[in-house]
Write a protein that binds this ligand. Structure first.
Ligand code: ADP
Ligand code: MG
Ligand code: MG
Length: 881
């Protein structure tokens, strides 16, 4: 087994073996791009090291052999006193984990070689600066010496010299500083900074392997669903220097704008700087356009190369480059992290440019990110004054309380929306970034750590808001004389870069042209239908706009509320008098007829599944508590008036109807069978509205759905009721009333007896909310607040079963029901109308089981369309987020 590959021996698609960084370095080398030579130690070597707690046999021999080749290609000797080869040691796993594990630069410098570097480069200051950086990075990463120890020594030196920036320190200062750093190293590490480059290299490789299991890498993997057993590769590469003067520099860029997705290259660079300086967010870098003016040739070359890279890789690239004395080197390329909006735009553009197919474009967008696009944005007319401005690093708006440290964000973020406000962020802040609703930093550019991570997580971020004044450790900021303290509300708009005090008004989301195009493609690939759950004509219209092919669940209970209806509903429930009941039902019939007419009209030509009344009747009555209090108060007053007497009578009725567990009480079909007048009224309203629309030449397509069926006999009886009314209305002449009658499957027993139930149904719609409650025996409202968070944390449940369908339990019942029903009635239609219909993973499952459609809330319809198309295409790529 080969453990080490020279860059030209590897391949771009060996990401599992060489890590993403190593594979792409190999690919760039193969394409003939100017990559400094180097080699990659495989992830298998890393895994073997962790398994055996020792370096695999033969590893160091292979490294030595490849190092010899590297020396030859670079024309320099590792540890050579006159013109030493220096290398970087860089980690790189299969999936990019930016900043999670450390890189060591300038490795190979010692007391001896630093002199050689000084004379070979003709720049003594540069040589000592490189050396002190090595001692610092090596001390931190390999020997575990706290970074701040070195940083404080640097600050002390600047103070003593009376200067404010590193750049003002001369060669002698940096030489002295290197001495100080080595002393710190010796004191803290317990041994001298290694003066043998080979020892340095061995230490660095081991540290990279070990870093696979450091806390922030583990956290990052957990947050991004990356398996723990992949291991990391190690890249050892000849150094090039961006800090050799004003004709040198280093930068990062994207082949397209990672925020908007616009096909314009985008990037930042720093003159006279070494690698980490750009991403660290310490100096604010300059836009790539400046490079075009300063070094037009280099800029042109860079664009040629990155365009080539994008063509070869067939995706937006995020690249790193360094210019050493006017010569361009490529140091990295990878699929760039992008905002939700950009992920859609880039996928659509790449397909239109014929770099990928429309099917690939559909698979490139993570359905979960559509959720972000369809979230509210700031109302442009909100009129609130801007408190501060920064760079629009990750789009979307967020309101939350200000917190000033990641620990605080993690703590408060558990139960409220927080905005994390810090000078800048580093990989140690990962838990705070994960907990925050939005991120605001005072420093750093569009490629700073905060910006990149926020975009990856799909959270709004504003970075580099330089007018913010913050002291480290103090829980407040001031800006233009305004003070914001911890716990004060802040709103950030990552789309514009604006920051506001307090909360700001938002508007509902809309589908833009680009998303519309992509969603249009999904419809070509998709086998399963997508409907919406909508109870009002307005929701129905929105659902249509979002591409719903019908309504999968129209609940009728809300139609019983409202001043013009509730009194009649109460009369209907309470009266003992047949005439009074008839009168009340007559009123409700009229109201319902127009409700159904409006909805059927809004969805003209598309199916609308109307569910008959589901909740227990006492939901329409005043609550027991309120009434009891009112009656007690009247009695205390000695009030014997009409109202007090009516209250007393009402209380008696409410008490009589009270149920210990209403969810399992008199509701759903049980209600329809015990109070058939209500069912008759609802069905008549549907039938008459349909007949009316048919006469007007419309195409109403109602479907009548009976809720909560548990036995076949129940459905047989309910169906007879419904058909009787349909026949009556039909008998009046003219109307076809071709109305399917079906049932919700939401009781475990119904799944088990699905074959028998199917005999009386034209369709099944799985009500996975109730089915989940009844299968687990959890009441959702209690479970989500009380114990599900604990269950998730303790690993008792893997997912919240109310968000993602429990495939093993509830899913097994769904499968069983489908199989039994199909065996009785092969052409029965199946849908699902629980919340799960809008969850991408659940949609995949429903697709696999062969349901005909999913139905979800209107805003999730695009998510379901995309998820369903991906399920059909059958390849869900790892999200590029
Ligand atoms: P990360 O994965 O965190 O981006 P990298 O391994 O890419 O870490 O390295 C960190 C920084 O060091 C980057 O800016 C990179 O460009 C720079 N760097 C890495 N290797 C070299 C090298 N051989 N010469 C010059 N700069 C380098
Ligand atoms: Mg990098
Ligand atoms: Mg239900």
């Amino acid at each position: 087994m080969t453990l080490v590959y020279f860059f030209d021996e590897g391949r771009g698609d060996w990401k599992a073996l060489l890590g993403g960084k190593g594979a792409n370095l190999a690919e760039m080398t193969r394409l003939g791009l100017p990559v400094p030579p180097g080699f990659t130690i495989t992830t298998e070597a890393c895994n073997a090291y962790h398994a055996a707690r020792a370096m695999p046999a033969g590893l160091w021999d292979e490294v030595r052999a490849q190092l010899t080749r590297l020396e030859r290609e670079a024309g320099r000797g590792f540890g050579h006193p006159d013109d030493p080869l220096l290398v970087s040691v860089r980690s790189g796993a299969k999936f990019s984990m930016p900043g999670m594990m450390d890189t060591i630069l300038n490795l190979g410098l010692t007391d001896e070689t630093v002199i050689g570097l000084a004379s070979a480069s003709g720049d003594e200051r540069f040589a000592w600066d490189a050396y002190r950086r090595l001692v610092q990075m090596y001390g931190d990463v390999v020997a575990g010496v706290a970074k701040h120890e070195f940083e404080e020594a640097l600050e002390d030196l600047k103070h003593a010299r009376g200067v404010s920036s590193d750049a003002e320190l001369g060669a002698r200062d940096l030489m002295a500083l290197t001495g100080t750093f080595k002393n710190i190293y010796r004191e803290r590490a317990g041994h001298d900074f290694p003066q043998d480059p080979w020892t340095q290299l061995q230490g660095a490789v081991r540290a990279v392997f070990d870093s696979w299991n450091n806390r922030r890498a583990v956290t990052y993997r957990r947050l991004n669903g990356i398996p723990d057993d992949l291991g990391t590769a190690v890249n050892v590469q000849a150094m090039v220097f961006g800090n050799l003067g004003e004709d040198s520099g280093t930068g990062v860029g994207f082949t397209r704008d990672p925020n908007t997705g616009e096909p314009v290259p985008f990037g930042e660079f720093l003159m006279n700087a070494q690698g980490e300086d750009v991403v660290a967010g310490i100096r604010t870098p300059e836009p790539l356009d400046r490079l075009a003016r300063l070094m037009p040739d280099v800029h042109r070359q860079l664009l040629v190369m990155t365009t080539l890279l994008e063509k070869e890789m067939r995706d937006l690239q995020d690249f790193e480059f360094t210019v050493e004395r006017g010569r361009l080197f490529m140091l990295q390329t990878r699929a760039g992290k992008r905002s939700a909006r950009a992920s859609v735009r880039v996928a659509v553009d790449l397909a239109q440019e014929r770099l990928i197919t429309p099917g690939e474009a559909v698979c490139r967008v993570d359905p979960a990110v559509l959720d972000q696009l369809l979230h509210p944005r700031l109302d442009p007319d909100h009129g609130q004054p801007v408190l501060a401005r920064g760079l629009p690093a990750s789009p979307g708006a967020a309101t939350g309380v200000a917190v000033f440290s990641s620990d605080e964000a993690a703590r408060r973020g558990e139960h409220e929306a927080v905005i994390l406000v810090t000078p800048e962020t580093s990989p140690e802040d990962i838990h705070g970034l994960a907990a925050a609703r939005g991120i605001l930093t005072a420093r750093g550019g569009m490629t700073s750590h905060a910006a990149v991570v926020a975009r990856g997580m799909g959270k709004p971020a504003v970075v580099g808001a330089e007018s913010l004044r913050m002291e480290r450790g103090a829980a407040r900021l001031t800006v233009e004389g305004v003070e914001v303290r911890e716990g004060d509300l802040l709103t950030i708009d990552g789309t514009s870069g604006c920051v506001y005090a307090g909360a700001v008004r938002t508007l509902p989301a809309t589908v833009d042209a680009c998303l519309d195009e992509l969603l249009g493609w999904t419809d070509k690939f998709r086998r399963g239908g997508v409907r919406a759950n909508a109870d009002t004509p307005e929701d129905a219209r929105r659902a249509r706009e979002f591409g719903a092919q019908g309504i999968g669940l129209c609940r009728t209970e809300h139609m019983f509320f409202g001043e013009d209806r509730l009194p009649h509903v109460r009369t209907m429930i309470l009266t003992q008098d047949a005439d009074e009941e008839r009168g009340a039902l007559e009123h409700l019939l009229e109201a319902q007829r127009s409700d159904f007419r409006d909805i059927l009209l809004a969805m003209d030509g598309l199916p609308v599944t109307i569910r008959l009344l589901d909740p227990p009747l006492h939901e329409f009555l005043p609550s027991l508590e309120v009434l009891t209090a009112r009656v007690a108060a009247a009695e205390a007053r000695g009030d014997e008036g009409d109202e007090a007497q009516a209250d007393r009578a009402l209380l008696a009725r409410v008490k009589a109807m009270h149920e210990v567990n209403p969810m399992m009480g008199l509701r759903g079909i049980r209600l329809g069978l015990t109070r058939p007048a209500i069912t008759r009224m609802q069905v008549r309203a549907i039938a008459e509205a349909t007949a009316e629309l048919e006469r007007e030449g419309r195409t109403p397509r109602p479907e009548i759905m009976i809720p909560l069926v548990g036995t076949a006999t129940e459905l047989a009886l309910a169906r007879a009721q419904v058909e009787a009314v349909l026949d009556e209305v039909r008998a009046l002449g003219g109307a076809k009333l071709d109305i399917p009658i079906g049932t919700m499957i939401e009781v475990p027993r119904a799944c088990v007896e699905a074959g028998e139930i199917a005999r009386h149904a034209d369709f099944f719609s799985f009500g996975t909310n109730d089915l989940t409650q009844l299968t687990f025996g959890y009441s959702r409202d209690d479970a989500q607040g009380k114990f599900i968070p604990h269950y998730l944390q303790a690993g008792i449940l893997k997912d919240d079963p109310f968000a993602t369908l429990d495939v093993d339990g509830v899913g097994a019942l769904v499968r069983l029901a489908v199989a039994q029903a199909r065996s009785v009635k092969p052409d029965l239609k199946f849908g699902v109308c629980g919340e799960h219909g809008g969850d991408p993973r659940s949609v995949r499952f429903f697709h696999e089981v062969g349901l005909d459609y999913v139905s979800c809330s209107p805003f999730r319809v695009p998510v379901a369309r995309l998820a369903s198309a991906q399920a059909t295409i059958g390849e869900v790529t790892h999200s590029t987020k």
